[in-house]
Design a protein around this ligand. Structure first.
Ligand SMILES: C[S@@+](CC[C@H](N)C(=O)[O-])C[C@H]1O[C@@H](n2cnc3c(N)ncnc32)[C@H](O)[C@@H]1O
Length: 256
Protein backbone atom coordinates (compact mmCIF):
# COMPACT_ATOMS: atom_id res chain seq x y z
CA UNK A 1 0.00 0.00 0.00
CA UNK A 2 2.85 2.41 0.77
CA UNK A 3 3.93 2.09 -2.89
CA UNK A 4 0.47 3.23 -4.02
CA UNK A 5 0.68 6.54 -2.15
CA UNK A 6 1.21 9.54 -4.44
CA UNK A 7 2.67 12.44 -2.48
CA UNK A 8 1.97 16.01 -3.72
CA UNK A 9 2.86 19.31 -2.07
CA UNK A 10 -0.42 19.62 -0.15
CA UNK A 11 -1.99 16.16 -0.34
CA UNK A 12 -1.38 12.47 -0.62
CA UNK A 13 -3.49 10.35 -2.94
CA UNK A 14 -4.37 6.69 -2.54
CA UNK A 15 -6.42 5.33 -5.43
CA UNK A 16 -9.70 7.28 -5.25
CA UNK A 17 -8.94 8.84 -1.84
CA UNK A 18 -7.61 12.35 -1.20
CA UNK A 19 -5.82 13.11 2.08
CA UNK A 20 -5.15 16.81 2.55
CA UNK A 21 -1.99 17.40 4.58
CA UNK A 22 -3.02 19.46 7.60
CA UNK A 23 0.43 20.96 8.11
CA UNK A 24 0.22 22.66 4.69
CA UNK A 25 -3.16 24.28 5.40
CA UNK A 26 -2.96 28.11 5.56
CA UNK A 27 -3.35 29.57 9.07
CA UNK A 28 -6.85 30.71 10.09
CA UNK A 29 -7.78 34.00 8.39
CA UNK A 30 -5.45 33.43 5.41
CA UNK A 31 -6.90 32.69 1.94
CA UNK A 32 -7.26 29.02 1.16
CA UNK A 33 -6.99 28.19 -2.54
CA UNK A 34 -7.61 24.45 -2.14
CA UNK A 35 -9.02 23.02 -5.35
CA UNK A 36 -8.69 19.36 -4.50
CA UNK A 37 -12.38 18.70 -3.96
CA UNK A 38 -13.65 16.52 -1.14
CA UNK A 39 -10.99 15.03 1.05
CA UNK A 40 -9.89 13.76 4.44
CA UNK A 41 -7.95 16.16 6.64
CA UNK A 42 -4.80 14.17 7.42
CA UNK A 43 -2.45 14.79 10.34
CA UNK A 44 0.51 12.78 9.05
CA UNK A 45 3.55 14.01 7.15
CA UNK A 46 5.56 12.08 4.56
CA UNK A 47 8.46 11.44 6.94
CA UNK A 48 6.15 9.87 9.53
CA UNK A 49 4.51 7.63 6.92
CA UNK A 50 7.99 6.66 5.70
CA UNK A 51 8.88 5.63 9.25
CA UNK A 52 5.75 3.45 9.35
CA UNK A 53 6.78 1.89 6.01
CA UNK A 54 10.21 1.10 7.42
CA UNK A 55 8.82 -0.34 10.64
CA UNK A 56 6.27 -2.65 9.00
CA UNK A 57 8.84 -3.73 6.37
CA UNK A 58 10.80 -5.23 9.28
CA UNK A 59 7.85 -7.49 10.21
CA UNK A 60 6.55 -8.71 6.83
CA UNK A 61 4.58 -11.58 8.42
CA UNK A 62 2.63 -9.20 10.68
CA UNK A 63 -1.11 -9.18 9.97
CA UNK A 64 -3.55 -6.87 11.72
CA UNK A 65 -7.05 -8.33 11.68
CA UNK A 66 -8.22 -6.32 14.69
CA UNK A 67 -7.10 -2.70 15.00
CA UNK A 68 -7.90 -0.05 17.60
CA UNK A 69 -7.25 3.59 16.73
CA UNK A 70 -7.33 6.41 19.29
CA UNK A 71 -7.65 9.88 17.71
CA UNK A 72 -9.91 9.85 14.65
CA UNK A 73 -9.82 13.61 13.95
CA UNK A 74 -11.31 13.63 10.39
CA UNK A 75 -11.20 9.90 9.68
CA UNK A 76 -8.23 10.16 7.32
CA UNK A 77 -5.98 7.99 9.47
CA UNK A 78 -8.82 5.52 10.06
CA UNK A 79 -9.12 5.11 6.27
CA UNK A 80 -5.31 4.91 6.03
CA UNK A 81 -5.07 2.02 8.54
CA UNK A 82 -8.00 0.24 6.94
CA UNK A 83 -6.41 0.46 3.49
CA UNK A 84 -3.02 -0.64 4.82
CA UNK A 85 -4.15 -3.78 6.65
CA UNK A 86 -7.69 -4.51 5.41
CA UNK A 87 -8.61 -5.70 8.92
CA UNK A 88 -11.71 -7.68 9.85
CA UNK A 89 -12.40 -5.02 12.48
CA UNK A 90 -11.19 -1.48 13.05
CA UNK A 91 -12.54 0.30 16.13
CA UNK A 92 -11.73 4.02 16.33
CA UNK A 93 -12.37 6.39 19.26
CA UNK A 94 -12.11 10.14 19.75
CA UNK A 95 -12.98 12.56 22.55
CA UNK A 96 -14.43 15.19 20.20
CA UNK A 97 -18.15 15.84 20.12
CA UNK A 98 -18.33 15.21 16.37
CA UNK A 99 -19.65 12.63 13.96
CA UNK A 100 -18.29 10.91 10.88
CA UNK A 101 -17.86 13.25 7.91
CA UNK A 102 -19.88 12.59 4.74
CA UNK A 103 -16.58 11.83 2.93
CA UNK A 104 -15.74 9.22 5.59
CA UNK A 105 -19.23 7.74 5.37
CA UNK A 106 -18.87 7.40 1.61
CA UNK A 107 -15.45 5.79 2.07
CA UNK A 108 -16.91 3.17 4.43
CA UNK A 109 -19.80 2.53 2.04
CA UNK A 110 -17.51 2.28 -1.01
CA UNK A 111 -15.48 -0.46 0.73
CA UNK A 112 -18.61 -2.25 1.99
CA UNK A 113 -17.02 -1.87 5.42
CA UNK A 114 -20.01 -0.82 7.53
CA UNK A 115 -19.66 -3.95 9.68
CA UNK A 116 -15.89 -3.74 9.87
CA UNK A 117 -15.25 -0.11 10.85
CA UNK A 118 -16.90 1.39 13.93
CA UNK A 119 -16.27 4.89 15.25
CA UNK A 120 -16.95 6.09 18.80
CA UNK A 121 -17.00 9.84 19.34
CA UNK A 122 -17.12 11.52 22.79
CA UNK A 123 -14.86 8.76 24.10
CA UNK A 124 -11.95 9.73 26.35
CA UNK A 125 -8.87 7.55 26.01
CA UNK A 126 -8.38 7.95 29.76
CA UNK A 127 -11.65 6.07 30.39
CA UNK A 128 -10.42 2.48 30.52
CA UNK A 129 -13.81 1.02 31.47
CA UNK A 130 -15.43 2.65 28.44
CA UNK A 131 -12.68 1.46 26.09
CA UNK A 132 -13.07 -2.10 27.40
CA UNK A 133 -16.84 -1.99 26.99
CA UNK A 134 -16.49 -0.75 23.38
CA UNK A 135 -14.05 -3.53 22.57
CA UNK A 136 -16.27 -6.13 24.26
CA UNK A 137 -19.10 -5.20 21.94
CA UNK A 138 -17.19 -4.40 18.72
CA UNK A 139 -13.86 -6.18 18.41
CA UNK A 140 -14.55 -9.91 18.77
CA UNK A 141 -11.06 -11.01 19.81
CA UNK A 142 -7.61 -9.90 20.88
CA UNK A 143 -6.07 -6.77 19.44
CA UNK A 144 -3.33 -7.05 16.80
CA UNK A 145 -2.53 -3.34 16.58
CA UNK A 146 -3.31 -0.20 18.58
CA UNK A 147 -2.43 3.22 17.16
CA UNK A 148 -2.68 5.99 19.76
CA UNK A 149 -2.69 9.37 18.02
CA UNK A 150 -5.06 11.02 20.51
CA UNK A 151 -4.15 13.36 23.39
CA UNK A 152 -0.35 12.85 23.37
CA UNK A 153 -0.46 13.78 27.06
CA UNK A 154 1.22 11.58 29.65
CA UNK A 155 -1.68 10.60 31.92
CA UNK A 156 -4.40 9.79 29.37
CA UNK A 157 -1.90 8.05 27.09
CA UNK A 158 -0.69 5.90 29.95
CA UNK A 159 -4.29 5.15 31.06
CA UNK A 160 -5.21 3.97 27.57
CA UNK A 161 -2.05 1.85 27.39
CA UNK A 162 -2.82 0.23 30.76
CA UNK A 163 -6.39 -0.48 29.65
CA UNK A 164 -5.62 -1.84 26.17
CA UNK A 165 -2.21 -3.50 26.36
CA UNK A 166 -3.60 -6.50 28.30
CA UNK A 167 -5.86 -7.13 25.27
CA UNK A 168 -3.05 -7.03 22.69
CA UNK A 169 -2.07 -10.53 21.55
CA UNK A 170 1.47 -11.79 21.95
CA UNK A 171 3.42 -10.41 18.98
CA UNK A 172 0.93 -7.57 18.52
CA UNK A 173 1.97 -3.92 18.54
CA UNK A 174 0.94 -0.80 20.47
CA UNK A 175 1.98 2.40 18.71
CA UNK A 176 2.23 5.75 20.49
CA UNK A 177 2.47 8.47 17.87
CA UNK A 178 4.18 11.86 18.31
CA UNK A 179 5.70 10.92 21.66
CA UNK A 180 8.59 13.38 21.09
CA UNK A 181 6.81 16.74 21.37
CA UNK A 182 8.75 17.59 24.54
CA UNK A 183 11.85 17.76 22.31
CA UNK A 184 10.33 20.16 19.77
CA UNK A 185 11.49 23.75 20.51
CA UNK A 186 8.15 25.31 19.40
CA UNK A 187 6.33 23.36 22.09
CA UNK A 188 8.59 24.78 24.80
CA UNK A 189 7.47 28.38 24.18
CA UNK A 190 5.91 29.73 27.41
CA UNK A 191 2.61 30.45 25.62
CA UNK A 192 2.36 26.96 24.16
CA UNK A 193 -0.54 25.07 25.82
CA UNK A 194 1.75 22.08 26.48
CA UNK A 195 4.74 24.05 27.77
CA UNK A 196 4.05 22.84 31.33
CA UNK A 197 2.68 19.38 30.53
CA UNK A 198 4.52 16.24 31.63
CA UNK A 199 6.57 14.93 28.70
CA UNK A 200 5.28 11.81 26.96
CA UNK A 201 8.94 10.81 26.93
CA UNK A 202 8.33 9.77 30.54
CA UNK A 203 5.97 7.01 29.36
CA UNK A 204 8.46 5.86 26.71
CA UNK A 205 11.13 5.64 29.40
CA UNK A 206 8.78 3.63 31.65
CA UNK A 207 8.03 1.26 28.77
CA UNK A 208 11.76 0.69 28.27
CA UNK A 209 12.07 0.04 32.02
CA UNK A 210 9.19 -2.46 31.78
CA UNK A 211 10.92 -4.17 28.83
CA UNK A 212 14.01 -4.56 31.03
CA UNK A 213 12.00 -5.87 33.98
CA UNK A 214 9.01 -7.76 32.54
CA UNK A 215 10.19 -8.82 29.11
CA UNK A 216 7.39 -11.41 28.94
CA UNK A 217 4.92 -8.49 29.07
CA UNK A 218 6.84 -5.92 27.00
CA UNK A 219 8.80 -7.94 24.44
CA UNK A 220 10.39 -4.92 22.77
CA UNK A 221 10.22 -1.15 22.42
CA UNK A 222 11.15 0.41 19.07
CA UNK A 223 11.58 4.16 18.96
CA UNK A 224 11.36 6.34 15.85
CA UNK A 225 11.19 10.11 16.00
CA UNK A 226 7.53 9.94 14.93
CA UNK A 227 6.28 7.08 17.12
CA UNK A 228 7.18 4.38 19.61
CA UNK A 229 6.10 0.78 19.05
CA UNK A 230 5.64 -1.56 22.01
CA UNK A 231 5.57 -5.26 21.20
CA UNK A 232 3.40 -7.45 23.44
CA UNK A 233 5.03 -10.44 25.06
CA UNK A 234 3.19 -13.66 25.98
CA UNK A 235 2.55 -12.94 29.70
CA UNK A 236 -1.07 -13.67 30.62
CA UNK A 237 -2.66 -10.76 32.48
CA UNK A 238 -6.24 -10.00 33.42
CA UNK A 239 -7.77 -8.45 30.31
CA UNK A 240 -10.91 -7.35 32.16
CA UNK A 241 -8.97 -4.71 34.10
CA UNK A 242 -6.23 -2.16 33.51
CA UNK A 243 -2.70 -3.20 34.32
CA UNK A 244 -0.49 -1.05 36.53
CA UNK A 245 2.68 -0.41 34.54
CA UNK A 246 4.55 0.50 37.71
CA UNK A 247 4.04 -3.07 38.99
CA UNK A 248 6.05 -4.33 36.02
CA UNK A 249 9.08 -2.10 36.62
CA UNK A 250 11.96 -2.81 38.95
CA UNK A 251 14.35 0.04 39.76
CA UNK A 252 17.19 0.15 42.23
CA UNK A 253 16.12 2.87 44.66
CA UNK A 254 19.62 4.24 45.03
CA UNK A 255 19.82 4.97 41.28
CA UNK A 256 16.65 7.10 41.04
C1 LIG B 1 -3.71 14.68 16.06
S1 LIG B 1 -5.44 14.42 16.01
C2 LIG B 1 -5.55 12.82 15.27
C3 LIG B 1 -5.14 12.83 13.84
C4 LIG B 1 -5.47 11.62 13.03
N1 LIG B 1 -5.11 10.37 13.70
C5 LIG B 1 -4.73 11.72 11.71
O1 LIG B 1 -3.63 11.15 11.59
O2 LIG B 1 -5.25 12.39 10.80
C6 LIG B 1 -5.81 14.09 17.69
C7 LIG B 1 -7.25 13.65 17.94
O3 LIG B 1 -7.29 13.13 19.27
C8 LIG B 1 -8.48 13.54 19.88
N2 LIG B 1 -8.26 13.53 21.34
C9 LIG B 1 -7.63 14.46 22.11
N3 LIG B 1 -7.63 14.09 23.40
C10 LIG B 1 -8.26 12.87 23.45
C11 LIG B 1 -8.59 11.98 24.50
N4 LIG B 1 -8.28 12.25 25.79
N5 LIG B 1 -9.24 10.84 24.19
C12 LIG B 1 -9.56 10.56 22.90
N6 LIG B 1 -9.29 11.38 21.87
C13 LIG B 1 -8.65 12.52 22.13
C14 LIG B 1 -8.78 14.91 19.32
O4 LIG B 1 -10.16 15.19 19.40
C15 LIG B 1 -8.26 14.78 17.88
O5 LIG B 1 -9.30 14.43 16.99
Amino acid sequence: MFDRLQWKSDRVLLDDLVFRLEHTRPPPGQPDDWRGGEHFRFHKVAELVEQYRRFFARVPEFAAERIVELGIFDGGSTAFWFELFRPQKLVACDLADKKDSPYFERFVESRGAGERITTHWRTDQADGARLRSILDSDLGGPIDLVVDDASHLYQPTRSAFEALFPRVRAGGFYVIEDWAWHHWPDFAAPDHPWSRQLPLTRLVRELIEAAGTSYDLVASVTVYSGFTVVERGPLRVDATASLDLEQHIFRRPECE
